[in-house]
Design a protein around this ligand. Structure first.
Ligand code: ZN
Length: 65
């Protein structure tokens, strides 16, 4: 009955992954893809509002005084 495993698409590369207990990286196809996804996540989290960027641009554009 359980001859077929449920398949999911790796969130990182889209490769079909068998959802098996042995696959420690599911739903990812590999540790590499898992790390890539976690890294992307962290980048999003640590993104800060661009207020500081605007300040820098203002300073760079001075000289009209
Ligand atoms: Zn993958």
């Amino acid at each position: 009955m359980a001859k077929e495993f449920r398949q999911v698409a790796c969130p990182t590369c889209g490769k079909p992954v068998a959802w098996r207990p042995e696959n420690a990286f599911r739903p990812f196809c590999s540790e590499r893809c898992k790390l890539i996804d976690l890294g992307a996540w962290a980048e999003e989290r640590y993104k800060v509002p661009s207020e500081h960027d605007e300040m820098e641009q203002d300073q760079a554009g001075t000289g009209r005084d």
